[in-house]
Design a protein around this ligand. Structure first.
Ligand code: ADP
Ligand code: MG
Length: 691
């Protein structure tokens, strides 16, 4: 039997090749695609609101008589139409308007309009509202329905999508949508079947509860939300399954490399580190590709864990690639690993986008021939012409910077030939549990849940920029006492060039004010070698104060630094601030973090800085961050689309995550259901065929 998936959109009246091409931009090709193009919100145009009851930010319909209509010549010319009803006034304002519009909206005309209430010179205003002159009667109460609002693309308007969806609904009777969810599940949660849910969401009946629908909590919406979250989960499990269909080298350590490494360390692994090392050791010794995420708070000692994994791989004759998101961080890993591993007789190679020409050729040769045991660098490691002789393990540090999609893409690159490498992924920031369950469903997780002993808590101080002098004094004292400090300049939203400039100005200013101190500067526009040189000088203690942009956000490790000043912290996310703060508190000295904000702080801004002052637990802070900013920001995947849902809202719907995670593995036993659901909800966005 034919299904909605086999019926192209051109089946519908009024859809020709041109409109079909436009719809394809929204990934709508079939009637089923169209029906899963779901309204992301509704407008309530079911009743007329009294003008006197409006508040700022309200949206809705008002109706009244035009009292006057004026051309206003302010900074921008506009047409200002004042409406009144029995309860009050409202101004419609148009910055673009035709002569016909102006002539229509004359004194005495009856106008119904829909808009959002904004503050204006003349009281409350609607800018460019949709309006009707001499409107038809409103449907009687109880018969009016909510108006769905759809995501659009250029070339197709709201009314068009609405009418197409309504037309497509007409096919549902004859071609019901296949319901892949187990009936028992729907019964347990009292959820409607898929076809009824889709129909209701596109065309909510008049008696459907308005509030539930507006908030996305109607059972029909929740049924779809749950299915969408499930489809995302399944897509990740599918990727995992496909990777694990391939074999990996069973990396059985030989010799005593790891023991020798541990002997030369100036400390012992914490119990948490040992546990995670053991998880990894087990995985690596299987002929099945490891897919493991290591989470640990800032400073929990993930690098040593990575080194232990690398040594196990190398000692069994495999090569290792370690990738970090920034040059600075990759460079630091390179230096650490070199210091640890060259004495053990291992060969390391460095590769970033800035390695060119002969040096690059030589590096590539040494990787391809197997002469080099370890390659450390940036994403340049995964360019097409980079080949390994026997790549056994890929380690990716500070993963969340890359985004989910990139993570999946990297896997393709890492996998050459018949064997897939083991994969170890380390996150910079703790990830809230529900988010991790959903965004990293394809990975096993280990958590380093304890910091090395002897760490002193970092005292966090929140202070307005007006007290800059005191802050400068504090820096002077710390440095004169033999410690070192960071001064972080932030200017987000502005260009990188401006950021760097601001850091330059600040550095210059601090040099003048702190004549006895050696002040260094790093920012994103320096050459890699210049950056490395400044970092080296800071590390060796030659520089007292390091002025930096947020390039130092991740991973930089200088235990003698005990003070960090962060300018404009109110503009950064909590997780990022926690990362920055984590640059100090790594040594024996009491450490301080000064958050120097621009007054006045918004209420939200105050709450955020407060949260940071009160907690040093990255997991607690990550939960707060998720609450305040949403998952896209927290994971850094806003651009990548992977965590962008059609209907689901991570905050509102996180209650489903646990359920979805429970049912997903058993659904994997039914591949047609898995593929159908993934295609239905993720379309072409995920390549899962040939990982
Ligand atoms: P992160 O988890 O943030 O990447 P690092 O691996 O950079 O942390 O480690 C932070 C610091 O802690 C480094 O100076 C490292 O040498 C040190 N360190 C790691 N493990 C231990 C340990 N078990 N005992 C003492 N210090 C440790
Ligand atoms: Mg690190």
């Amino acid at each position: 039997m034919a299904s909605l998936e086999d019926l192209p959109v051109t089946t519908l009246k009024g859809v020709g090749a041109a409109l079909a091409a436009t719809l394809a931009k929204l990934e709508i090709r079939t009637l089923q695609d169209l029906l899963f193009h779901l309204p992301h919100r509704y407008e309530d145009r079911t009743r007329i609101l009294p003008m006197g009851s409006l508040r700022l930010g309200d949206t809705g319909v008002v109706e009244g008589t035009v009292m006057r209509s004026d051309m206003v010549m302010g900074r921008r010319r506009s047409l200002q139409v004042t409406l009144r009803d029995d309860t009050g006034f409202l101004v419609m304002r148009f910055f673009h308007f035709s002569a016909a519009q102006k002539n229509q909206l004359t004194e005495g005309a009856t106008v119904r309009c829909y808009g959002e209430v904004r503050p204006g010179k003349a009281g409350f205003e609607f800018y460019h509202p949709e309006y009707q002159v001499n409107p038809p009667p409103m449907p009687p109460p109880g018969e009016a329905t909510l108006t769905p609002v759809y995501p659009l693309t250029e070339g197709v308007q709201q009314p068009r999508v609405r009418s197409l969806c309504r037309q497509a609904l007409g096919y549902l009777q004859r071609y019901p949508i296949r319901d892949w969810l187990p009936g028992s599940l729907l019964a347990d949660y009292q959820l409607p079947d898929i076809s009824s849910a889709v129909a209701l969401v596109h065309a909510p009946p008049a008696d459907a509860p308005v509030n539930l629908l507006m908030e996305g909590c109607h059972p029909a919406q929740q049924r779809l939300v749950m299915e969408e979250l499930l489809a995302h989960q399944l897509s990740l499990l599918l990727v995992r399954q496909q990777i694990q269909q391939r074999q990996a080298l069973a990396l059985l350590p030989r010799g005593e490399l790891t023991e020798r490494f541990l002997d030369q360390l100036p400390f012992r692994l914490t119990p948490a580190q040992s546990r995670v090392v053991e998880d990894i050791r087990q995985d690596l010794s299987q002929p099945l590709p490891m897919l493991r995420l290591v989470q640990g708070d800032v400073g929990s000692g993930k690098t040593v864990v990575a080194a232990m994994a690398a040594l196990q791989a190398v000692s069994s004759g495999a090569q290792v690639a370690l990738m970090a998101p920034t040059e600075i961080l990759a460079e630091q890993h390179f230096q650490n690993f070199r210091q640890w591993m060259e004495p053990l007789g291992l060969e390391l190679e460095w590769l970033s986008g800035k390695v060119k020409g002969k040096a690059r050729t030589r590096t590539l040769e040494r990787l391809a021939s197997g002469e080099a045991n370890l390659a450390i660098g940036t994403h340049a490691l995964f360019q097409e012409d980079v080949h390994f002789e026997r790549l056994g393990l890929v380690i990716v540090d500070e993963q969340h910077r890359f985004g989910v999609h990139q993570r999946l893409a990297l896997r393709d690159k890492g996998a050459e030939g018949r064997l897939a490498p083991h994969q170890l992924i380390m996150t910079a920031t703790p990830i809230p549990r529900t988010l991790a369950m959903s965004a990293y469903a394809d990975l096993d997780t280990s958590v380093i849940d304890e910091l090395p002993p002897g760490r002193k808590p970092i005292e966090t101080i929140v202070i307005p920029e007006a007290r800059r002098d005191e802050v400068v004094d504090r820096v002077r004292e710390a440095c004169q006492g033999g410690r070192q400090a960071y001064w972080v300049c932030t200017l987000i939203e502005e260009s990188e060039a401006l950021q760097c400039q601001a850091a330059e100005v600040t550095a210059e200013n601090l040099r003048e004010r702190l004549p006895g101190l050696k002040v260094g500067l790093v920012h994103g526009r320096l050459k890699a070698t210049e950056k490395a040189e400044v970092m080296d000088r800071f590390k060796s203690g030659e520089l007292d104060l390091l002025v930096a942009t947020t390039v130092i956000e991740v991973g930089v490790d200088v235990p003698n630094a005990s003070l960090i000043i962060i300018e404009n912290p109110e503009r950064l996310g909590l997780a990022q601030l926690h990362q920055l703060r984590g640059r100090v508190g790594r040594g024996e000295e009491a450490s301080f973090c000064v958050l120097m904000y621009q007054a006045p702080l918004s209420q939200n801004g105050r709450a955020r800085l407060q949260a940071l002052r009160e907690s040093q637990d990255g997991f607690v802070i990550a939960e707060k961050d998720l609450e305040i900013r949403g998952p896209g920001e927290v994971l850094g995947t806003r651009q990548t689309g992977m965590m962008q849902f059609r209907l689901a809202d991570f905050e509102r719907d996180r209650g489903w995550i646990e359920t979805v995670r429970e049912i997903a593995p058993s659904m994997m036993a039914t591949p047609p259901a898995v593929h159908a659901l993934v295609r239905r909800w993720l379309g072409e966005r995920v390549r899962y065929g040939d990982v």
